[in-house]
Design a protein around this ligand. Structure first.
Ligand code: BGC
Length: 748
């Protein structure tokens, strides 16, 4: 594979571990290997521009137009006589989607389109591990090439504004820093495989309700500080080759024809050189969309020649409403991408590989670091297999598969290890499993409603238990030494195209869990879900609580390894779990979901920024997650006593000791607070994190390297990022609410 080099430089926020077992400080930062690790992407090639110009000269208007719109569900037209291939795309964030028919959403029915199912966004982000983001990107890039794709419609990186968002499971985080730090290595690794990332959905696409027309209003500072950083890093750091224009409007203009967002911000400000591909059926005009910066229109089935960039565009050119030069600009960008990806032939293009054990191993590694231990009061976990003979496994989620499901893109996979299978794989044969389904996943028939083309009516669940199944579950729990309930949701319930109505657990699972806990107090509750639920009651009643995700092909094995202690849990919540939905910022400000317009009234106070600033206690805070061992974090210190200048990098060291009985990984999180700021600030902002392995009884020193520029706020009046001089507190801990040690720094 070419270009698979991770460049090291002194630029980004990260850490280095100086020494084990002592806290001696290494002073020499000139050695690049102890500076922060940076992933930097490959730019679009311009080496073939003259060849491209000559090819464009030979194209007819019809041929050019064919390259600008879908001529099947996931391809644009090629031009055979000129050796120009189709541009082949595939979803998506969970792995390479199965092949879809050329002219409808029906699966193509092939037997060679299986792929590895990777953990959904929530799972990856809960690892807080940038190396795993890189692994994910690389593996899915190899799989994309093995399926002969040019563009993978991934990653999906919109900020999680509300816990109710239908795509919360697919997105990474409520925090822009965590979001960008995972996005960059993912894209770099993916694109090293001669396949383009299509970063979606640009931008401000934070709800499914009315997504095909809602007009999002966000003040400029909030846009820059919260909703754009990961998109910007995708362009400026990872050099993403394509972006997907979102369905919604932003400040009155659809995102696929929003010249400010596409031409001014994306291209002029950030230097984007790739192509903008529309979301499927997100285009509304011919001339305006192209002139506003869109390059390719994709869509849902209708005759492909009726697409805005098909016959209507050809008519517009003939009528003199749009210039040929404008058309050529877009065709040239697409051709440049094709040469960059080596899809024009000639050069040795990455061939990839698919469904390999190495890829399943990557999916396993991600899953095993993503599981979040929420509660373990009586040390029920990890289960000591030597002391039990029977285990009750209860709940439909013990056997539910999530590679496919709901409205959105999934993966057709030959391997999806369920939690029950995982336990069977890992438990000694001598231990008997008493399985009971416990509850049924049931939905009311859909009502006829008036919805947009791409917005769906949400699924109404049937929330009553079947008395016989309840009885079976209670009996299984009573007759077992330990019970494990696998509850939560699934990808039919949490789905693209609709948001959830509330945080309630569906299918009367709350009642089931309560009854099982009464029957056997040695019950471990495992939630499998991509988004927060109201689990206050469960938190109160149970002594052992685990959170897992739609966690990929190896999800069940990884979960069993955590439950049995083969893996020490190290996942951390990538979003805040509220006690009540009304505590969440978009809901507390009554600004979700809007109607034709949605105004983000909470401003910069998204996620924990709101909870921590307003002093609202969450059920579980951002960054939270326990371990089977304990860590002592102390002695945060700055390397120098003097003030820092704007172009400097701040080095902050902290000691961490594993004070328990098991080796483990901890995620050190660094938050900053600006004292006496002249602008409104959140009480805390994440500015650094690192996952570190510490053997039991050992101590390590971690040093964060934070460029002073990372402390800037967006100054709307002067349209620039500004570092305010003065005192900042740097707080290090293992959740936004568990700060163990802090240090003050002065910036001049
Ligand atoms: C989704 C995109 C997806 C596209 C193609 C749209 O409905 O919003 O994320 O890539 O469909 O499947």
């Amino acid at each position: 594979m070419n270009n698979k080099v991770i460049t090291l430089s002194m630029v980004t926020v990260s850490i280095f571990i100086i020494s084990c077992n002592n806290a001696k400080q290494e002073k020499d930062h000139s050695d690049p290997t102890i500076a922060s690790k940076r992933y930097s992407g490959n730019p679009i090639t311009h080496a073939f521009d003259m060849e491209i110009d000559s090819l464009i000269d030979q194209m007819t208007l019809e041929e050019k137009s064919g390259m600008l719109h879908g001529t099947s569900m996931f391809t644009t037209a090629g031009i055979e006589r000129l050796g120009v291939p189709e541009l082949k795309m595939a979803d998506g964030p969970l792995g390479v989607r199965e092949e879809i028919s050329r002219d409808s959403w029906a699966p193509a029915g092939l037997d060679n389109d299986f792929a590895t199912y990777f953990p959904a966004g929530g799972g990856l982000s809960a690892t807080w591990n940038t190396e795993l983001a890189y692994k994910f990107g690389n593996s899915v890039g190899e799989e994309s090439r093995a399926r002969n794709k040019d563009v993978l419609l991934s990653p999906a990186i919109n900020i999680i504004r509300t816990p109710l968002g239908g795509r919360t499971y697919e997105y990474f985080s409520e925090d822009p820093f965590l979001n960008k730090k995972l996005t960059v290595p993912f894209i770099v690794a993916l694109q090293n495989n001669d396949v383009a990332a299509c970063v979606k959905h640009y931008a401000a696409n934070n709800q499914e309700t009315n997504r095909d027309f809602v007009d999002v209003q966000i003040d400029e500072r909030t846009l820059r500080e919260i909703y754009l950083p990961a998109f910007k890093a995708a362009v400026t750091e990872a050099k993403a080759f394509s972006m997907m224009g979102a369905y919604n409007k932003f400040r009155g203009e659809y995102l696929c024809e929003n010249s400010h967002m596409l031409n001014n911000v994306l291209r002029d400000e950030w230097g984007f050189e790739g192509i903008v591909i529309s979301d499927w059926n997100a285009v509304h005009t011919s001339v305006n969309s192209l002139e506003s910066g869109l390059d390719i229109e994709m869509g849902t089935p209708k005759p492909f020649n009726e697409f805005f960039l098909a016959d209507p565009l050809i008519d517009s050119v003939k009528a003199g409403k749009i210039s040929k030069t404008e058309i050529d600009t877009h065709v040239k960008r697409i051709m440049q991408l094709m040469y960059t990806l080596k899809s024009m032939g000639g050069e040795d293009r990455a061939k990839g590989s698919i469904n390999t054990e190495a890829h399943f191993k990557d999916a396993y590694d991600i899953a095993s670091e993503s599981v979040v231990l929420l509660k373990n009061n009586k040390n029920l976990l990890p289960i000591n297999t030597a002391s039990i003979k029977t285990v009750a496994v209860i709940g439909a989620n013990a056997t539910k598969k999530n590679a496919l499901g709901g409205f959105g893109a999934g993966v057709k996979t030959k391997r999806e290890v369920t939690p029950l299978e995982g336990l069977k794989n890992r438990l000694p044969e001598s231990i008997k499993i008493n399985y009971a389904e416990g509850y049924l996943e049931r939905y009311a028939p859909k009502k006829e409603g008036v919805f947009g083309d791409v917005t769906q009516e949400r699924a109404e669940t049937i929330d009553v238990l079947d008395p016989k199944m309840l009885e079976e579950a209670i009996t299984a729990a009573k007759n077992s030494d330990v019970a494990i309930i696998f509850a939560g949701s699934n990808r039919d319930y949490e789905t693209e195209a609709s948001d959830r109505a509330d945080l309630e657990l569906p299918f009367a699972q709350g009642e089931l869990i309560e009854k099982v806990l009464e029957a056997n107090p040695n019950t471990i509750v495992v939630m499998i879900a991509g988004a927060p639920f109201d689990i206050s009651h469960i938190k109160e009643k149970s002594s052992a609580l685990i959170w897992s995700w739609f966690n990929g092909s190896e999800g069940g094995n990884a979960l069993a390894d955590v439950i049995l202690g083969n893996v020490n849990p190290s996942g951390k919540l990538p979003w805040t779990m509220p006690k009540s939905i009304n505590d969440s910022p978009a809901h507390a400000t009554n600004s979700f979901p809007g109607d034709k317009i949605v105004s983000y009234d909470e401003g910069i106070l998204v996620g924990y920024r709101w909870f921590d600033t307003k002093n609202i206690a969450p059920l579980y805070p951002f960054g939270y997650g326990l371990s089977y061992t304990t860590f002592d974090i102390k002695n945060a210190r700055s390397e120098k006593d003097d003030a820092y200048m704007e172009n400097e990098t701040i080095y902050i060291s902290v000691d961490i000791e594993n004070t328990g009985n098991m080796d483990g990984k901890e995620v050190l999180q660094l938050y900053t607070t600006k004292k006496d700021s002249k602008v409104d600030r959140a009480a805390k902002e994440l500015k650094g994190f690192e996952k570190v392995f510490v053997s039991k009884g050992q101590k390590t020193t971690v040093t964060f390297a934070i460029p002073v520029k990372e402390l800037a706020y967006y100054d709307v009046k002067n349209k620039e990022w500004t570092v305010e001089p003065g005192t900042y507190n740097f707080k290090i801990g293992n959740s936004s609410r568990a700060i163990a040690s802090e240090v003050s720094i002065t910036i001049n």
